[in-house]
Ligand binder design. Structure first.
Ligand code: AQP
Length: 333
């Protein structure tokens, strides 16, 4: 059975972008693939996180994943820092990856901002850790949003260079799995920027914990343009905000954007936005209710995460140890 790995940072409340671009696609994979899902706290600290908040958000993210349909009995769900193979292999990959490769990563450029000299080195080597996350499980399929495509190409470059340098055929090739009409959900305030949990503006995103009133307010305030919705997809070109909202409604109602336009084409955004609010509330309310229930019993949640870490460790540790042996590290006897 193909082994799947994916992760999500506990850098805030999961957004509709995380949900539609990634988490929602993970749920059916539990029945068709050997699935490993991880809350990547090591990645989160590549930008500053308040320690108390990080711990709270890590549990909250785990609860969100379970509330969205990940079942710790049918998949391996754990916290990244609980399994040390990730950092051990990441160090080796820091030595394999080339500066030139990392210099091309657009996420680093976006997150580091203008003052690159002040960016943390962890942010720079983030893709090496991501490669280690996947390859320490010999996972070959990685369901992610479109924004992660470049990092996965880099992971393949690292795997190939490791195999070549050490004359082995050890790390497999990774296939990205980028799915659905909402593989990249954009900000509600700027249709050219992706929706992000760490965007300073809460108005730019829908959080999975937002209630009816908050969703309604954010969607009503979402940036649009004065034109009515077009009848055809071609009419959405050069209208990033309109295209984004149409994509969200299509994704959340399980249809294609063409069908949304068939129904709403020619109408203004007022009635369209009301339909979108109702669809979002109907979809997200059961998730936030279940999150609250899970977070009411942190002991039970932590016990599930512990079992997940034990299962993950049993797969990751021997693969990482083999990589260390290939590199020439003397085993501890
Ligand atoms: N806007 C998005 N549309 C579609 N997919 C998205 N993903 C993130 N944003 C969107 C996908 O969510 C998964 C988990 O992402 P992550 O938390 O590991 O990191 P990220 O991509 O950096 O997500 P954020 O929300 O933007 O986090 P911050 O603000 O902390 O950087 C990934 O599969 C990603 O593709």
């Amino acid at each position: 059975m193909t082994r799947v790995f994916s992760g999500i940072q506990p850098s805030g409340v999961p957004t509709l972008g995380n949900y539609l671009g990634a988490i929602r696609n993970w749920v059916p994979m539990q029945d068709t693939h050997e699935s490993i899902f991880c809350v990547v706290d090591l990645h989160a600290i590549t930008v500053w996180q308040d320690p108390k908040e990080l711990a709270r958000q890590t549990r909250e993210m785990a609860a969100a994943l379970i509330a969205c349909g990940l079942d710790p009995k049918r998949c391996t769900l754990f916290i990244q820092s609980h399994v040390h193979a990730h950092t051990r292999l990441a160090w080796i990959f820091n030595c394999v990856a080339r500066m030139g490769w990392l210099n091309r990563m657009t996420q680093f450029k976006d997150k580091a901002g203008k003052d690159r000299e002040a960016a943390g080195t962890g942010l720079y080597v983030y893709p090496n850790l991501m490669a280690a996350d996947i390859l320490t499980y010999h996972a070959t399929l990685v369901p992610v949003g479109d924004d992660q495509r470049q990092h996965l190409e880099l992971a393949n470059d690292i795997a190939e260079k490791f195999n070549h340098d050490y004359g082995v055929d050890f790390f497999p090739r990774i296939e990205p799995m980028i799915q659905g009409v909402a593989a990249r959900v954009m900000s509600l305030r700027d249709g050219t920027k992706k929706m992000s949990k760490s965007d300073p503006s809460d108005q730019s995103r829908i959080n999975l914990t937002d209630n009816h009133d908050t969703i309604a307010l954010k969607i009503r305030r979402a940036k649009t343009d004065p034109e009515p919705l077009p009848d055809h997809m071609s009419g959405l070109e050069a209208r990033p905000e309109a295209r984004n909202l149409v994509g969200i409604l299509a994704a959340i109602t399980g249809t294609m954007p063409e069908n949304v336009l068939r129904e709403h084409g020619g109408k203004g955004f007022g009635s369209f936005k009301e339909t979108l609010v109702e669809a979002l509330v109907a979809h997200l309310t059961p998730i936030s209710t279940e999150m609250t229930r899970l977070l009411d019993d942190p002991g039970a949640l932590d016990a599930q995460l512990r079992l997940g870490a034990d299962r993950a460790e049993a797969i990751a540790s021997p693969i990482c140890a083999k990589a260390e042996e290939i590199v020439g590290f003397l085993p501890r006897r």
